[in-house]
Design a protein around this ligand. Sequence first.
Ligand SMILES: Nc1ncnc2c1ncn2[C@@H]1O[C@H](COP(=O)(O)OP(=O)(O)OP(=O)(O)O)[C@@H](O)[C@H]1O
Ligand SMILES: [Mg+2]
Length: 249
Amino acid sequence: MSILSLRGVHFAFPGWPPTVADANLEVAEGAFHCLVGRSGCGKTTLLKLAAGLLAPDSGEITFRTRHPQAPGRDIGFVFQAPNLLEWRTVVDNVLLPVALHRRPTTGEHERAAKLLAQLGLADHAQKHPGQLSGGQQSRVALARALILRPSLLLLDEPFAALDAITREELQRDLLRMRREAGTTVLFVTHDIAEAVYLADRVDVVESGRIAQEIPIALSSRSAGIRYSEEFGRHCARVRDALHLEAVPA
Ligand SMILES: Nc1ncnc2c1ncn2[C@@H]1O[C@H](COP(=O)(O)OP(=O)(O)OP(=O)(O)O)[C@@H](O)[C@H]1O
Ligand SMILES: [Mg+2]
């Protein structure tokens, strides 16, 4: 059963041609889908529509929460820039989604500490964001999005600005944490290898709609899988769908 559905969704920024035109997307509960596509094809706009940050001009968007008691829309959003508040400590940034509604409980403080520990930031909880590296700031933004145990996590190129090693570490952390929490994930990336490594389905976006859905069935997610023939085959399939030229021999 879908946790998120977009059916025949159209959206235009006022005074501009349509950015999203007849977009259809079904995201099953517990799925991990990546949206890939060329710059400007409408990925961020689709994510904002899914989050309810933008309203469609026509069509239907439905979201079904796992937690009927959850505050707000029960959706976590990680933007490309970490957007942390410099005057709050790291742990208080993680607790921000709670603190906007009420005083965090002891249990929530414990959960924030646990998330930070899982992301290798246990010793940084009392720092301010400016005292962290870029990769560490991205981890704080991820912990903040997970603090309320959202049913759906939306991520917009969250690791794009990071070096390859940090990025691989965060991809592993993300897979582990969503496995533990059973969170459904929609992840935007430009990076074909990142999409193939993370997703169980890669959705190719073209001119504001999902042009192709490519199932990814990797035999494992071990670090070595990236160098395997099956991984290369999946990447080639996504490259083809994006109409990218192969590098001449
Ligand atoms: N506020 C706005 N007003 C008018 N047009 C906009 C606005 N925001 C985005 N657009 C246009 O909508 C289209 C889709 O933008 P969007 O940000 O969704 O693309 P994207 O696929 O996320 O691109 P990128 O990979 O570069 O982040 C682009 O042509 C962009 O110029
Ligand atoms: Mg974008």
